[in-house]
Design a protein around this ligand. Structure first.
Ligand code: ACO
Length: 338
């Protein structure tokens, strides 16, 4: 590709993997003081997937990646950058899960690193892919959102264990000279003053592994659910309104609104504020729960596999998570339709 022509990043292919084990609301009723009715009403979640004990974030990521690379019509050797978004890496914190994925895929001599932005990780990874491609540094970037969230969930804590699930989604982002395939806009942001809304206190240099960590369960995710909920609705609504207004696109012209799948009530509130019709809003939270960085690529994969997402159609992505972080993106799907 001649460097005299402008180069754009385009979304070429999507893939996903979910573990086979299902954890239903009925299962959770036997584990903590909760009910199917409460979970469904407050979150819209019916079930989530749980990885096997010896199935790691990198394993799920590798499976999703192979599918995405094949659907992009590329060889493994065409990938020149691998970015994995995860807050449940195989190891805290070395080696990066992306390095393990590159080995499992058989990719040699390729730059690979992880991004930690919780549920916003996949859209953060998209922004990295865009920057590397549009600067001319890379041509085919593999981005993965993968989580074994069950590894940091306390299954005696009813306020968190009902929410999360495991899974992985991957996308290939490639260079193109065709402007109609380019990302339209992407906005990513963070505010660390809300860091304590969603936190896994250990292990880290604040709380290195110790008996106290085990005794106090500091290795498990902690969340100020209600505060996070309110801020999520407010921030996400503003974020999507801003990106649409800035690009002079009306919400009715978005065929696929793909929000982070944290809670049906958050998605409904943001969708309603945008006056979105039901068929515009992608929903997978009911069957997968909140899979953090994997949630958006898993949701895109869902509409691609069901034939709803066609080549050239516009996607509006919107996410919010620990950090706190948030991000939105407007882009066409530039891969082949199923
Ligand atoms: N079953 C039954 N009762 C429960 C359960 C449960 N599983 N969990 C909490 N309750 C009780 C509480 O104890 C409380 O009881 P009380 O009134 O007697 O004190 C009552 O239900 C209400 O609790 P709230 O926390 O106020 O319930 P809320 O309506 O806020 O729903 C939820 C909780 C589902 C966690 C919601 O707040 C939420 O979805 N928050 C946002 C999550 C999110 O978006 N996270 C960001 C991304 S995640 C990431 O980045 C990794």
């Amino acid at each position: 590709m001649a460097r005299t022509e402008p180069v754009y990043a385009s979304f070429r292919a999507i893939g996903a993997y979910v573990p086979s084990k299902v954890l239903s609301n009925a299962d959770l009723e036997k584990m903590v003081d909760t009910s199917d009715e409460w979970i469904l009403k407050r979150t819209g979640i019916s079930e989530r997937r749980i990885a096997a004990e010896d199935e790691y974030t990198s394993d799920m990521a590798t499976k999703a990646s192979k599918i995405a690379i094949e659907r992009a019509g590329l060889e493994i050797s065409d990938i020149d950058l691998l970015v994995c978004a995860t807050v449940t890496p195989d190891y805290f914190n070395m080696p990066a899960t992306s390095c393990i994925i590159s080995d499992k895929l058989g990719i040699k001599n390729v730059q690979a690193f992880d991004i930690s932005a919780a549920c916003s990780g996949f859209v953060y990874a998209l922004s990295v892919a865009k920057a590397f491609i549009e600067s001319g540094m890379k041509k085919n970037v593999l981005i993965v959102g993968a989580e074994k969230f069950s590894s940091i969930v306390d299954y005696t804590d009813r306020t968190t264990c009902i929410l999360f699930g495991d899974g992985a989604g991957a996308a290939v982002i490639s260079a193109t000279n065709n402007q109609s395939e380019a990302f339209i806009d992407l906005h990513a942001s963070a505010d660390g003053s809300y860091a304590d809304f969603l936190v896994t206190p250990a292990p880290g240099c604040v709380h290195p592994v110790s008996q106290k960590v085990i005794d106090e369960g500091l290795n498990f995710v902690q969340m100020k659910g209600n505060e996070t909920f309110k801020l999520a609705v407010k921030t996400l609504t503003k974020d999507v309104k801003d990106i649409l207004a800035k690009n002079e696109i009306a919400s009715e012209d978005i065929p696929h609104f793909v929000p982070h799948q944290a809670n049906y009530r958050i998605i409904k509130a943001v969708g309603d504020a945008l006056k979105m019709k039901e068929e515009q809003v992608v929903l997978t939270v009911g069957k997968y729960g909140n899979t953090s960085a994997a949630s958006i690529p898993m949701a895109i994969n869902d509409i691609w596999e069901s034939g709803r997402l066609k080549k050239g159609e516009l996607m509006l992505l919107d996410t919010f998570g620990g950090g706190l972080t948030w991000a939105s993106a407007l882009l066409p799907f530039s891969g082949e339709s199923k």
